[in-house]
Design a protein around this ligand. Structure first.
Ligand SMILES: *Cc1c(COP(=O)(O)O)cnc(C)c1O
Length: 392
């Protein structure tokens, strides 16, 4: 592309690998495990990393490169690496940067499998984690130890939709010379760019709004070049790389990210406003509702409020179950960020085994419902949720 535009939509549509001899308009799929060399010298230079070229698709592939280049432009990052899933991105990022004996300071409310890494697996390598409640950023500094290496958080959080002040976390990380890593999955690069606020690395589960159509899994980590180099070297040996097919799907998806997320957010705000005035609803949490405890922070760091709305129905676990069993159109599914509106009731499903205080720590109450607002007509989404609320 000769025309240099910095506009998000244009970058998302026009970032492309080089055309082949066929001058295809849409990037083709490069379903190849390996790449060929002209002679021994060329192969030697490639393996010695003297030459920047594709060798083997565990290392790089034109489709994954296009996907990563786009995310880098959309996040304002120097470099990146794409993974088979969001969790592969989270695990490989930590595993490549941490040594035995290192320490993490993390928000209490993080994605369930990330929490399992911290509590179940990292301790095997003597890597411990200290937690701060999402609404108490003033205690972050008190948790820092001489062996702390990383501050980690998600914003907005899953499933509580809490918002953390990224600028404040960025300042703390800089002051203590720690790495700030942000899981930006709920916001997407369209709504929020953590690097602007001081994050060193940004992680996405591309499975969610980046694909946006519930088809493929994927993950990506982008940020500072020297850190990505470590992550790349670790990953090209350990093999969590994204498949070229999924990279092709995800790169195409990014072309429509802005228009999709605009509508997701418009629908989510309308649903949140509807729920706020409903008699069967105790509370609603959505970053761009004035009643959200971190509304000002959300306005400062996000373009729009995202597509996740959390709310509490009356009658606790029973109310939640009744609501869950009464929706007709909305899907009961664990995914989120799909075109289809999805509802989950964490207390009776995904989080049913947690102790009450652990549930509360991540923002889950008995009657709490998480809604991933989709792209159906908003009138139909509200109609379905309204009739389900009336059954409580
Ligand atoms: C889904 C999710 C992940 C994990 O992504 P997968 O692609 O399912 O492995 C990580 N972080 C957040 C915030 C998520 O929502």
């Amino acid at each position: 592309m000769s025309q240099k535009s910095k506009n998000f939509e244009t970058q998302a549509v026009r970032t492309q690998t080089e055309k082949t001899q066929f001058l295809e308009h849409s990037t083709p799929m490069y379903l190849t495990s390996g790449f060929v060399f002209e002679d021994s010298e060329e192969m030697r230079a490639a393996f010695a990393e003297e030459k920047d070229r594709n060798l083997y698709s565990r290392f790089s592939n034109p489709n994954t490169t296009e996907f990563v280049d786009k995310i880098c432009k959309l996040e304002g990052a120097e470099d990146g690496y794409a993974f088979a899933t969001g969790m592969a991105a989270v695990f490989s990022t930590f595993a490549s940067l941490l040594d035995a004996g290192d320490h993490i300071v993390s928000a209490r409310s993080v994605f369930g499998s990330t929490h399992s890494l911290f509590t179940k697996y990292f301790p095997k390598w003597n890597i411990e984690t200290s937690y701060f409640p999402v609404n108490e950023l003033d205690i972050v500094e008190s948790l820092i130890q001489p062996n702390t290496k990383i501050i980690y958080a998600e914003s907005p959080t899953n499933p509580g939709v809490d918002v953390l002040d990224l600028e404040l976390l960025g300042r703390i990380a800089e002051k203590h010379k720690l790495l700030l890593i942000i899981d930006n999955c709920f916001a997407t690069p369209y709504l929020q760019n953590p690097i602007k606020f001081g994050a060193d690395l940004v992680i996405h589960s591309a499975t969610k709004l980046i694909d946006g159509q519930g088809r493929v899994l994927g993950g990506v980590t982008v940020g500072k070049k020297e850190l990505i180099k470590e992550i790349y070297l670790f990953s090209r040996n350990t093999g969590p790389s994204l498949s070229p097919f999924n990279a092709w799907v995800l790169s195409k998806s990014l072309e429509t990210l802005a228009v999709r997320v605009d509508r997701h957010c418009e629908n989510a705000l309308k649903l949140a406003e509807f729920l706020e005035s409903h008699p069967k609803v105790n509370w609603v949490k959505y970053p761009f509702l004035k009643s959200h405890p971190q509304y000002e922070v959300a306005k400062k760091q996000m373009k729009l409020g995202g597509n996740i709305v959390a709310f509490e129905v009356k009658n606790g676990v029973e109310g939640g179950k009744t609501f869950f069993d009464s929706v007709k159109m909305c899907s009961l599914s664990a995914n989120l960020g799909d075109t289809r509106t999805i509802v989950t009731h964490p207390a009776s499903t995904t989080h049913s085994k947690l102790a009450v205080e652990d549930k509360l720590a991540v923002g889950i109450t008995d009657g709490m419902v998480r809604c991933s607002v989709g792209l159906e007509h908003i009138d139909d989404i509200i109609k379905d949720i309204k009739q389900a609320l009336e059954k409580i």
